[in-house]
Ligand binder design. Structure first.
Ligand SMILES: NC(=O)C1=CN([C@@H]2O[C@H](COP(=O)(O)OP(=O)(O)OC[C@H]3O[C@@H](n4cnc5c(N)ncnc54)[C@H](OP(=O)(O)O)[C@@H]3O)[C@@H](O)[C@H]2O)C=CC1
Ligand SMILES: O=C(O)CCC(=O)C(=O)O
Length: 429
């Protein structure tokens, strides 16, 4: 058993599902499969750097509030730390640390020259004005100014953040260092060096991986029944692209609940409806309300959790009816539930593969920025698809050769690549 991170507080309670402990358990399983050196495992089970800053902010009514802002840098063995910044009330240092570790394996699995990082602020962005969010974001980045940079650590969007926050981050960093530095973040607006295709990239990657998994079973996307939890950046893009490819999206949800249609939802119309109703999908014509819990257990072919961690657990896993679970979110299936699904023969497409389209296009955005040459959307999508399909087949091959489930196969590839680089660099004791 590896020692748990010295840099992190204890989990909230023994009963609490701790995402960092879960991430370490997957790492241990991969290390066992790879017969990894114990010292390398010990290094990889600790984040390299954990930063928490105070963010004093003056609210619109004059009240001064101090927020916590985290950034965890798990590994930079393969390149700069890379990963999103999350604004959500459930953000904790342990959650961000787990997500940073996942980023390390994800980038390594996809063969892109990055390490892993993640950041977050425990706030509900819906409860703050645009001005307050801008002040929070700018102060957070000012506090992290020495810890980030285009060759050091490159943030991107995650839950609750988008191109708007990335623009504020890029501007704050640039003003602090005295010149424009577009490469300090990805997922930026096009006007300041963002990439075509980034906004839809994570959802597009999910569609590609589901399509490949179905093809392996001799099926196509046409007519496949899909339920999607979460209708934000990732869930709505996956819904749109799967719908375009002929899949029937029978249910989607947000934090406020979901909607269901036996004949399939008209996703382009739903996107317009949500945009006109401050992101609410409830009351969409020709749909009936459904709870988030019921959405997960609907009879469907493909289930796509695209919101938070720990959604499919020991409590509900036996009711899950889908034959494919595609992890668009990071960590939506707990360790125990994952074992049950695998034992039942359900295809679980692991997060570090299924949702990697976002970081792949972030990489393509960074490459375009560094080379001062910008591509059309068709090229961005083509390059991303190539990297995603290659990674999918590497995972399938590893699974077949080693006779292990897809998640362990993906982990062994990601962890193995980082361990090799760590050993070659001579960083292990
Ligand atoms: N953005 C990206 O490029 C990438 C994101 N991911 C992962 O994808 C997931 C979603 O991220 P993203 O789409 O960017 O986030 P967004 O903030 O854009 O959207 C999140 C969606 O999830 C919904 N949601 C929030 N809480 C719950 C809940 N308890 N039950 C059901 N739905 C809920 C939100 O609803 P509401 O509006 O009501 O809050 C919203 O529809 C995260 O796990 C993220 O880490 C992974 C790779 C890249
Ligand atoms: O685009 C990126 O750099 C990171 C995306 C991310 O946070 C993730 O893949 O979980």
């Amino acid at each position: 058993m590896i020692s748990k991170s010295l840099l992190l507080p204890e989990p909230a309670s023994p009963a609490h599902i701790c995402p960092f402990d879960q991430a370490c358990s997957y790492l241990e399983a991969a290390a066992k499969e790879l017969n990894l050196n114990q010292g390398v495992l010990e290094i990889l089970s600790h984040p390299r750097k954990v930063v928490t800053v105070s963010i004093p902010v003056k609210l619109d009514d004059g009240e001064i509030r101090v927020l916590a802002g985290h950034r965890v840098q798990h590994s930079d063995v393969l390149g700069p730390y890379k990963g999103g910044i999350r604004y959500h009330p459930a953000v904790t240092l342990r959650e961000v640390s787990a997500l940073a570790m996942l980023m390390t394996w994800k980038c390594a699995l996809l063969g892109i020259p990055y390490g892993g990082g993640k950041g977050g602020i425990p706030i509900d962005p819906k409860r703050y004005s645009v001005g307050e969010l801008e002040r929070i974001t700018r102060r957070y980045i000012s506090e992290l100014i020495k810890d980030i940079g285009p060759a050091v650590d490159i943030p991107a969007p995650d839950m609750g953040t988008s191109a708007r926050e990335m623009a504020w981050m890029m501007d704050t960093y640039s003003v602090n260092v005295g010149h424009a530095v577009p490469g300090v973040v990805t997922g930026k607006p096009l006007s300041i060096g963002g990439s075509l295709g980034r906004e839809m990239a994570t959802g597009r990657g999910v569609m590609i991986i589901v399509r490949e998994a179905l093809a392996q079973q001799g099926k196509s996307l046409a007519g496949v029944r899909v339920a999607i939890q979460g209708f934000g950046n990732v869930g709505s893009a996956a819904a749109e692209l799967l719908h375009q490819a002929g899949a029937k999206i029978i249910a989607v949800s947000t934090g406020a609940g979901g909607i269901f249609s036996e004949v399939g939802l008209d996703i382009p119309k739903l996107k317009v409806y949500a945009a006109e109703n401050r992101k609410s999908i409830m009351g969409f014509p020709q749909s009936v309300p459904i709870s988030n819990a019921d959405l997960l257990t609907l009879p469907c072919d493909v289930l796509i959790p695209a919101a938070l961690e720990n959604q499919i657990t020991e409590e509900n896993v036996n009711q899950v009816q889908a034959q494919i679970v595609a992890e668009a979110a990071n960590g939506p299936v707990t360790l125990e539930a994952n074992l049950v699904l695998e034992a039942r023969g359900v295809t679980v497409l692991p997060d570090i593969l299924a949702n990697a389209g976002g970081v792949v296009v972030s990489y393509l955005e960074w490459v375009q920025g560094l080379s001062y040459v910008f591509w059309d959307e068709e090229r961005v999508n083509r390059e991303m698809e190539h990297l995603m399909v290659q990674a999918y087949h590497r995972v399938i091959q590893q699974s077949e050769v080693r006779q292990i489930p897809l998640r362990l196969a993906a982990y062994t590839l990601g962890v193995g690549r980082v361990a090799q680089a760590l050993t070659d660099r001579g960083l292990y004791p």
